[in-house]
Design a protein around this ligand. Structure first.
Ligand code: MTE
Ligand code: MO
Length: 383
């Protein structure tokens, strides 16, 4: 019996496995990856600010928009990556370069870079998406891994683009006389235009069923998002509950203290008796959900003035929570001095719920949710 011949690259005859299709899908995927990378860098620098970088505290909603775009572009990249891989998978059946030659080495290096690119990108998008579901099943630290993979992807992407540049240029525009938009007689299946519409449609679908986690009007259809804006105590979702953080509330001996040039100590009633201000600011979680709210409390800069700190002071915020990554945070001078930054005591017209940080929490403009420390009982002026 004669064995059927193993497929080669040439066995895949569909006009959809074509460099023009790969170029178009590559442009879409590349755009999503670029947006995701830049917004990711911004989020990383918010949480690990190098000494030379001074991030501004305005626009107040910038982080909310940036992180919303980060999660949206990453989610949309999943169907785009799948489509791109499908278009080029016949390349897996290309003849191995043999005998060894300089060209063969080049081809092998190119394939190695694609292997790195595809595996790093697939892993990055997967762990990122699982993270938006608030699921951390990994033994490795999520954020550091996500960040390192991002650089690997960007490096491998540049190599890939450099190698493919001639092909990309040749197919950047549709070749005028080759119009495979209509299929030859007797051939069935998707046209290129049909494929592009299908892919764009899937990307739009995953986009609009996830973006509702940060766009309240689309909240009800956000089936891909575990947390919807508006849903939670006082109309705001909760990231980590007081119970999960091991915080139980306060007793009559509770004091709020400030370690600065002057040491200050307040009971909750004394904090309430200080001049109160209002800020409309969002909680924008790194996991992708965000929600605007109205906060009321004491301006950080008023507290700093009371303790005799200079106007450019940096402040360490300490929670009653014991341990945990988010039990403390730092307010750089730009954020501590911003009149919108509050030690908030009230949320949407009522005293803070315990899950939202009762008796006091930080709320500052243009910052990730992880830095909006809850259950605050001490400020330390550190500069
Ligand atoms: N002390 C403390 N503060 C915290 C956290 C925490 O785990 N512990 N979680 C942070 C995160 S990740 C977010 S997104 C916001 C969410 O605030 P909310 O639960 O009031 O909506 O709180 C932040 N403040
Ligand atoms: Mo968060």
């Amino acid at each position: 019996m004669k064995l059927p011949e193993a497929p080669t690259e040439k066995s895949f005859r569909s006009a959809l496995h074509h460099p023009r299709v790969a170029t178009v899908l590559g442009r879409w995927l590349g755009t999503a990856v670029a947006v995701c990378f830049l917004t990711g860098l911004y989020s990383h620098f918010q949480q690990n600010t190098p000494g030379w970088l001074h991030l501004p505290s305005r626009p107040a909603e910038l982080y909310r928009v940036s992180q919303g775009l980060h999660v949206l572009s990453g989610t949309i990249a999943v169907p785009l990556l799948l489509a791109k891989l499908w278009t080029v998978y016949p390349k897996l059946f290309a003849k191995p370069p043999w005998p060894p030659s300089r060209k063969a080495v080049r081809i092998l290096l190119e394939r190695a870079s694609i292997l790195v690119l595809v595996s790093a990108l697939a892993l990055e998008l997967f762990i990122g998406f699982v993270n938006t579901l608030q699921w951390y099943p990994w033994p490795f630290p999520f954020r550091q891994t996500h960040y390192a993979l991002a650089w690997i992807i960007i490096g491998a992407l540049f190599v890939h683009l450099a190698v493919k540049l001639p092909l990309v240029r040749a197919h950047w525009r549709r070749t005028p006389n080759a119009r495979p938009e209509t299929l030859p007689a007797g051939v069935t299946g998707l046209t290129r235009r049909g494929l592009f519409r299908t892919v764009a449609g899937s990307a739009t679908l995953v986009g609009i069923t996830s973006v509702g986690q940060s766009v309240p009007t689309l909240g009800p259809i956000a089936v891909l998002a575990p947390r919807k804006p508006n849903i939670g105590p006082q109309g705001v979702p909760v990231n980590r509950t007081a119970e999960a953080a091991g915080v139980t509330g306060i007793d009559v001996n509770w004091r709020f203290t400030i370690n600065g040039p002057r040491q200050l100590s307040y009971t909750l009633d004394e904090l309430r008796a200080l001049p109160q201000s209002r800020s409309d600011l969002p909680i924008a979680c790194v996991e992708g959900w965000s929600q605007g709210a109205n906060w009321e409390g004491v301006r950080m800069r008023d507290l700093l003035r009371l303790c005799g700190a200079p106007p450019n002071a940096r402040v360490r915020v300490v929670s009653m929570e014991q341990g945990g990554f988010y039990a403390t945070s730092e307010l750089p001078p730009e954020f501590a001095a911003d009149p919108l930054t509050l030690l908030a005591l009230r949320l949407n017209g009522a005293e803070l719920a315990l899950d939202h940080g009762f008796p006091a929490r930080i709320i500052a403009p243009n910052r990730p949710g992880v830095l909006q420390t809850k259950w605050v009982h001490r400020l330390e002026v550190i500069e």
